[in-house]
Design a binder for this molecule. Structure first.
Ligand code: SF4
Length: 244
């Protein structure tokens, strides 16, 4: 378990160690540093500790690697971790599931059951477009959008992480227009390590100009800035605001 430097969460539980087999082009999970940091991941122990903690936390499962990667279909470790949190002594944590995999949808009946018993679980995914992009060869934005809609239809709170924002591929306003009826909270970031990842250079001022238009759209739809996940809220990550 790691305390996170991400602005909107307190804790991250890594379910499966790096590298992540979903092979997104922009991902760092296959870098030696992540493989090193996650090599002794003990998600069950982490969940048990947090389940007993009396300090209310916002916990993400998971920033580091996808918790619903293919091995979840036989190991069910993500489900086990979430089940421990759902049945823990502290029912005041907020647990933000983050996955690009359609396997997550198979656990919606559990999420629904836990949610109906008071567990504050949010269904989240990353959206980089409304269409599939080659940078994500093994997952699909359209499928993820449908998954969020289905979670919302079940009464589960939903969130979307619009990042990385890849110029010429990611159009946040298009994503928001296509999803705002069933996404409760958005977080928006930029593309980092552009050179190292061999993406084309981002024109100066691009993010600033586009972010302003995106905020205007969000406000017109009734969304308010909120660092903590909430209904009709959005957050702009520091990297986007300080490095426009
Ligand atoms: S799903 Fe997430 S962790 Fe896995 S390769 Fe893609 S960005 Fe990396």
């Amino acid at each position: 378990m790691t305390k996170t430097s991400i602005e909107y969460a307190d804790e991250n539980i890594t379910v499966y160690p790096a590298p992540c087999p979903l092979k997104c082009k922009y991902c760092w999970s296959n870098q030696p540093i992540w493989i090193y940091r996650t090599r002794h991941a003990d998600p069950v122990m982490d969940a048990m500790r947090l389940a007993k903690s009396h300090f209310d936390k916002i916990i993400v499962v998971s920033f580091t690697t996808d918790p619903y990667q293919p091995r979840e279909s036989t190991e069910h470790l993500a489900r086990e971790v979430l089940g421990i949190l759902a049945k823990g002594e502290n029912q005041s944590h907020r647990v933000m599931v983050l996955s690009k995999s359609c396997l997550m949808e198979g656990d919606f009946p559990f999420f629904k059951l836990w949610h109906d018993h008071g567990f504050d679980i949010w269904v989240g995914t990353t959206l980089t477009s409304v269409i599939q992009i080659p940078d994500e060869p093994l997952t699909s934005n359209p499928h993820r959008i449908v998954m969020l809609q289905r979670a919302h239809n079940l009464g589960l709170p939903t969130w979307a992480s619009i990042e990385p924002w890849i110029p010429d591929k990611t159009f946040p306003r298009q994503i928001i227009e296509a999803t705002h009826e069933f996404v409760d909270w958005y977080v928006i970031g930029r593309l980092n390590y552009v050179k190292r990842l061999r993406y084309p250079e981002v024109p100066k001022g691009y993010y600033k100009e586009e972010t302003i238009k995106t905020v205007v759209l969000l406000r017109s739809l009734g969304y308010e800035i909120s660092q903590k996940p909430r209904k009709k809220g959005f957050w702009l990550k520091k990297e986007l605001v300080t490095n426009p």
